[in-house]
Design a protein around this ligand. Sequence first.
Ligand code: NAD
Ligand code: TYD
Length: 353
Amino acid sequence: MALLVTGAAGFIGSNFLLDWLAQSDERVINLDALTYAGNLDNLASLQNDARHCFVKGDIGDFDLLSRLLADHQPRAVVNFAAESHVDRSIHGPEAFIQTNIVGTFRLLEAVRAYWSHLVGEAKNSFRFLHVSTDEVYGSLAQGEAAFTETTRYEPNSPYSASKAASDHLVRAYHHTYGLPALTTNCSNNYGPYHFPEKLIPLVIHNALAGKPLPIYGDGQQVRDWLYVTDHCSAIRCVLEAGRVGETYNIGGWNEKPNLEVVHTLCAILDELKPRIDGQPYLAQITYVADRPGHDRRYAIDAGKIERELGWKPAETFESGIRKTVQWYLDNQSWVHNVTSGAYKKWVGQQYGT
Ligand code: NAD
Ligand code: TYD
């Protein structure tokens, strides 16, 4: 038995892989293009583990995918691979269209061909799980009810539009071809191995480096935060027991304005790693121009996955954020590596790209 997991050198995928192999001996084939966001350091503990098979490649490569599926005969495919950063999608949407839309399409084509040749129990039990985001639902006003699985899609950024398109393709492959697909739409994640371009790791990194902590606009935009391993446990639940063709929202009922998140990070850092000059890290907060088209509020209603699959997050925001800060303090060499360019150079040498 094996799983094919795409994008498992990235933030959530690598956490998923580490969690998976901590509780199962089922082999995982990890297909990842190793973009700036993919980092094999995240999986260093699996270096000599025969259960992990890493393949550097693109989800848009139909021939490679067909070969991997034929060789490894996975019982499921979990698709994490994506371009994932909203700000990058504003500066350069092309890569988002290529990976998130065209890439998902090619992946679906390869998986459809593989699945259609399976027979009996192998065919019945096969699953394609597509990992998506709450950002496809657009922006909520203050006081408006949280997103449910029936909320209308209203994506506002090139990132969320490309994820919305991929969700629609997955839906169509289920309805048209019967592909046993499931989609999860999760809120903002945080935790170990988060690339320091997103709010939480960026603030920790900049705080420790004595750099400004940039707050877009008034800092009152609301995100719904979930500790990454809780997202991973939800995906495992959906993979094992989710109803085929359904979508599941995943979230921790943890809405926070950005400024509050940054204040919390500063307070934990003041306690765990005080500034040499005795000043609070809050002094580094800097208000900067707002993100164009900035969504005001996201909030997930996770009632369906809780009721149907009995899933519940294990971490509160308070426990998860403390663990996260501690992880970054304990893993400064990881941060240095992913920000220094040394990793990119190594990938170039290792893979000739
Ligand atoms: P990430 O950017 O950290 O990692 C993405 C991974 O995909 C990287 O390892 C990258 O090398 C790989 N990749 C990119 N393009 C590829 C391609 N064409 N072929 C193969 N691999 C490719 O992203 P993440 O935060 O771990 O997000 C993973 C998934 O979860 C994404 O689909 C994202 O939309 C979704 N999601 C993320 C969040 C969040 O808060 N980060 C929340 C909800 C959903
Ligand atoms: P981010 O981590 O990029 O996730 P997303 O845009 O997918 O929700 O941003 C989280 C929130 O933090 C979002 O409202 C934008 C804001 N933000 C800042 O205020 N400053 C920053 O430097 C960054 C990266 C984000």
